[in-house]
Design a protein around this ligand. Structure first.
Ligand SMILES: Cc1ncc(COP(=O)(O)O)c(C=O)c1O
Length: 412
C-alpha cells in the first residue's frame, strides 16, 4: 500500500484481507472480531516478519560479532527506530519492554519508589486499568504516600475541574489513561499535562488504547512518561515500550539487573549501561519487536489519520445501531470517544450475553475489563464491550446488532 493515500482511495475490504485470522469461522459462523481493545489481530506482514526473523536471522542481540548477531541487532534496533518515528520521539528515549504493564512498573520502581515519601500523594483517575493502579498502590505501601482519585462525569468524561482541584501541593505524580479501555473516553492529555507541569507534578500516561487508533506526538503531549503495548497495535504479544525524556531516564536506577544492562561488572560493583539499554536486562523479545516494527510500518502506510477516521465511522454506526435496541444502555458517552462501546442489557448478565453472541460468531469481551474501581463507580459487576479496529466493517456492526437482538429475545 502506498504511503498515506487519500482516504477515499483506501479499499478497506482489501485491508481486512491482510488479516488472515479474520477469514476464519467460529461455531460454523463467519468470525466477527470485536475485541480489539483486548488484543488486536495481526496482518500477514507482521506474521511474516516474525517468521522471517526466525527462519533467516535468529541470533541474540548486542553480543555476537558474527553476521547473524549483527543482523539480529540491526533488526531489533531498527524496530526501536521505527517505533520512535511513529511516536515522534528519539530512539534513545524509548525503552523496549513486554508492554504497558512492564512499562508502568518500571516507572513505579525506578522513578517513584526512590523519590516518594510519607505525606506525598499519587493522583489517579477513576477510569484507570489495574496496570495503572496496582503499581502505584505498591509504591504507596512502601513509601507511605497516599492514593487520590479524580472522579468522572456521568457520561464517563473526566471531571476536569475536579481533576485540577485535586492537584494539590502534595501530589507528586499523576497516572492517567490517554483512552479508557472500558468507556472509550479520550482524555485531553496535553491540557491536563500542562496543568500538572505548572504544579510540578510528574505525569505518567497509559497510551495502550491510544497508540493503535490515533496519530501521536508524545513530546507535544507534554507528559513525562508514556507507555504503549505492541499487541494492541497489530504487533506480537509481549512487546511494547516506555517513552521518557532523556533526563528522566538518565536519573533512574535500573529496575532489573542482568546481562545487556551493564557496562562493566566487578564483584566490588557494577557500572550500568546508558538508557535505554540500562532498562533492558536479559535477552529481549527480539522477534516480537521485529514484528512490532512491521506493525508500525503497516499502520504508518495506512496513515493514522485514516485509521482514526475509519474507526470514527464505525463507532458512529455502532452507537446508532445499539441505541435502537430496547433495554440496551451504553456505558460511556463522552463527546471525545475511541471506537469502544460498553453496554448493559436489562435482565441479561454480560457473560450470558457474550456467550450467546459468541455462538453467532461475534466476539465481544464481557467482565470488569481490569477496571474494578470503574465498575464499582457504575455499580455493576461487569459490562459487555464491543471494540472496533479499522479492519472491522459496517457488516460487522450489523452482525453485532442482529446477534444482540437475537440474544436479548432468548434471555428475556
Ligand atoms: C488501558 C490499558 N492499560 C494497560 C493494559 C495492559 O496492557 P498489557 O497487558 O499489554 O501490559 C491494557 C490492556 O488491556 C489496557 O487496556
Amino acid at each position: 500500500m502506498s504511503a498515506t493515500p487519500a482516504r477515499d482511495a483506501i479499499d478497506w475490504g482489501r485491508v481486512r484481507a491482510d488479516f488472515p485470522l479474520l477469514a476464519r469461522e467460529v461455531h460454523g459462523k463467519p468470525l466477527v472480531y470485536l475485541d480489539s481493545a483486548n488484543t488486536g489481530q495481526k496482518p500477514a506482514a507482521v506474521i511474516e516478519a516474525v517468521d522471517d526473523f526466525y527462519r533467516r536471522h535468529n541470533a541474540n542481540v548486542s553480543r555476537a560479532v558474527h553476521a547473524l548477531g549483527s543482523e539480529a541487532t540491526e533488526a531489533y534496533e531498527g524496530a526501536r527506530a521505527k517505533l520512535a518515528r511513529f511516536l515522534k520521539v528519539r530512539a534513545d528515549e524509548l525503552v523496549l519492554c513486554s508492554g504497558t504493564t512492564f512499562a508502568l512498573n518500571l516507572v513505579a520502581y525506578s522513578w517513584a519508589l526512590p523519590r516518594l515519601k510519607a505525606g506525598d500523594a499519587i493522583l489517579l483517575t477513576r477510569m484507570e486499568h489495574h496496570a495503572n493502579i496496582v503499581p502505584w498502590q505498591l509504591v504507596a505501601e512502601r513509601t507511605g504516600a497516599r492514593i487520590k482519585v479524580a472522579e468522572l462525569r456521568p457520561d464517563g468524561a473526566l471531571d476536569l475541574d475536579a481533576l485540577f482541584a485535586a492537584m494539590t501541593p502534595d501530589v507528586r505524580l499523576l497516572g492517567l489513561a490517554h483512552v479508557s479501555n472500558v468507556l472509550g473516553t479520550i482524555n485531553p492529555v496535553a491540557a491536563i499535562c500542562r496543568e500538572a507541569r505548572a504544579r510540578g507534578i510528574t505525569t505518567v500516561v497509559d497510551g495502550s488504547q491510544a497508540a493503535p487508533h490515533m496519530a501521536l506526538d508524545l513530546p507535544a503531549l507534554g507528559c513525562d512518561f508514556y507507555a504503549v503495548t505492541g499487541h494492541k497495535m497489530c504487533g506480537p504479544t509481549g512487546t511494547g515500550a516506555l517513552w521518557a525524556r532523556r533526563e528522566h531516564l538518565e536519573a533512574m536506577p535500573p529496575f532489573l539487573g542482568g546481562g545487556e544492562m551493564i557496562k562493566e561488572v566487578r564483584f566490588e560493583g557494577t557500572v550500568f549501561n546508558d538508557p535505554p539499554h540500562r532498562f533492558e536486562a536479559g535477552t529481549p523479545n527480539i522477534a516480537g519487536h521485529v514484528g512490532l516494527g512491521a506493525a508500525v510500518d503497516y499502520l504508518s502506510d495506512l496513515g493514522m489519520a485514516h485509521v482514526a477516521a475509519r474507526e470514527a465511522e464505525l463507532l458512529a454506526h455502532a452507537t446508532e445501531e445499539l441505541q435502537r435496541i430496547d433495554g440496551l444502555r451504553i456505558i460511556g458517552t463522552a463527546p471525545e470517544k475511541a471506537a469502544v462501546v460498553s453496554f448493559l442489557v436489562d435482565g441479561a448478565h454480560a457473560h450470558d450475553l457474550a456467550t450467546l453472541l459468541d455462538l453467532d460468531g461475534v466476539a465481544v469481551r464481557s467482565g470488569h475489563h481490569c477496571a474494578h474501581p470503574l465498575m464499582q463507580w457504575y455499580g455493576v459487576p461487569a459490562t459487555c464491550r464491543a471494540s472496533f479496529a479499522f479492519y472491522n466493517t459496517h457488516a460487522d456492526v450489523e452482525a453485532l446488532a442482529a446477534a444482540l437482538r437475537k440474544a436479548r429475545g432468548l434471555l428475556a
